[in-house]
Design a protein around this ligand. Structure first.
Ligand code: NAD
Length: 370
């Protein structure tokens, strides 16, 4: 794709700001994209990845930052959408200096962008960023932060699954419901534990077979291959690894009643969402069901409180019910309904609150950490 086309996309997708930051001395090359701050400062993690080139990184940061606007909006948060990408191999290039340098660039944005962990970065990296800026969340509990968001993402996904099961299967208990979990990483393994605690029957797969081994003696868990996961007769398919797993190749194979999981960008294209709807497979829009981690880190901005986090995560059940009722009422695919709900909230609330104007708006969040 040519550079001009990328710039064209930036303009058509209405991003507010994209900045390129470089600090050659520490090997930092990164992009920060602020998609929308109508609801509040843009919050989104920093991804560290060995991108092929700058255009691929730009494409990723534009797509991801837009997704964060929708996620925050549907989650009922007073936050906008943003994201950052560091163009470097997370296995090779991590250093204190690199993350502190990144933190100092975040600081220059005066709170318009708040960072957190994402693919390739973790809670330790956030500590270095935190040395240079207050505009970071997902830092360690010992620093007044909320720590790893994955268990909270998993809790939220389970709440969303409850709503889907009620709507599609007419059951208000998860007992005996079967689910195929694709990927048992940070979120997937937490999900499996929650599912087993609810007496669900679980199929699991992971490209890392060793991760599956430890489940071999667990009751109600069946390990399948990464290919077989699409063909199981489980009630729910739960993507928790990669994006674009609902695609032309996998769609004809799915026998499930529900697709509901933590992975971002599960639909390879909007048409795949239409096809799920046509096949009467209920789809839980990814950014709505996986917002638990974002909810949890957002609480850090006001002083972390676990009770509040639990209450907020529970709201994913109601968010999902609202989307599903909307979908039934309008006979419209769930992903479209979610977009509508998110866009309506951005429009309605921004009219009331007026436009976000940099650091003054971030006063909305009282920083409790020091
Ligand atoms: P992770 O990297 O810890 O886990 C992903 C797991 O998937 C790994 O165990 C990996 O081996 C496995 N995997 C990769 N390719 C696979 C394949 N083809 N088939 C089966 N397994 C495969 O990531 P995570 O933090 O658990 O996140 C999982 C998904 O949820 C990602 O899409 C992520 O973007 C999304 N998500 C995560 C959070 C969070 O709080 N961590 C929040 C929102 C969304």
């Amino acid at each position: 794709m040519s550079g001009n086309l990328e710039i064209e996309r930036f303009l058509t997708e209405n991003h507010e700001q994209v900045i390129f930051c470089q600090d050659k001395a520490v090997g930092l090359k990164c992009l920060i994209a602020i998609h929308n701050t109508l609801l509040g400062p843009a919050l989104g993690g920093v991804r560290m990845w060995h991108y092929q080139d700058t255009q691929q990184a730009l494409d990723d940061v534009l797509r991801l930052s837009k997704g964060m606007t929708y996620k925050a909006a549907i989650a009922g948060l007073n936050l906008g959408g943003g994201k950052a990408v560091i163009m470097a191999d997370p296995e090779q290039a991590k250093s204190e200096a690199l993350f502190r340098s990144f933190g100092s660039f975040v600081e220059t944005l005066n709170g318009r962008y708040i960072t957190a962990e994402d693919v390739g970065t973790d809670v330790h990296d956030m500590e270095y960023i935190f040395m240079e800026t207050n505009h970071v969340v997902g830092v360690a509990r010992s620093h007044g932060g909320s720590g790893d968001p994955s268990p909270w993402t998993a809790k939220g996904v389970l709440e969303g699954i409850r709503a889907c099961v009620e709507c599609k299967m007419g059951k208000n208990s998860l007992e005996g419901v079967s689910v195929a979990v694709q990927g048992i990483g940070h979120v997937g393994r937490e999900l499996v534990e929650l599912m087993l605690a609810n007496n669900m029957r679980v199929y699991i797969c992971d490209i890392d077979r060793a991760r599956c081994e430890e489940y071999s003696k667990r009751q109600n868990v069946t390990t399948v291959s990464t290919e077989e996961i699409y063909d199981t007769d489980a009630d729910i398919f739960c993507p928790s690894a990669l994006g674009a797993v609902i695609n032309e190749k996998t769609l004809p194979r799915l026998k499930c009643k529900i697709v509901a999981g933590s992975a971002n960008n599960q639909l390879a294209s909007p048409e795949c969402g239409d096809e799920l709807f046509r096949k009467k497979i209920l789809y839980a829009p990814d950014y709505a069901i996986n917002a638990g981690g974002l909810m949890n880190v957002s609480i850090e901005l006001e002083g972390y409180d676990e009770l509040r986090a639990n209450r907020m995560i529970r709201s994913i059940y109601y968010v999902m019910k609202n989307i599903l009722q909307h979908s039934q009422r309008e006979n419209m695919p769930e992903y479209r309904c979610a977009d509508r709900v998110a866009e309506k909230r951005v429009n309605d609330i921004s009219r009331i609150r007026g436009r976000f104007t940099g650091s003054s708006r971030s006063m909305y969040y009282r920083k409790a950490r020091r």
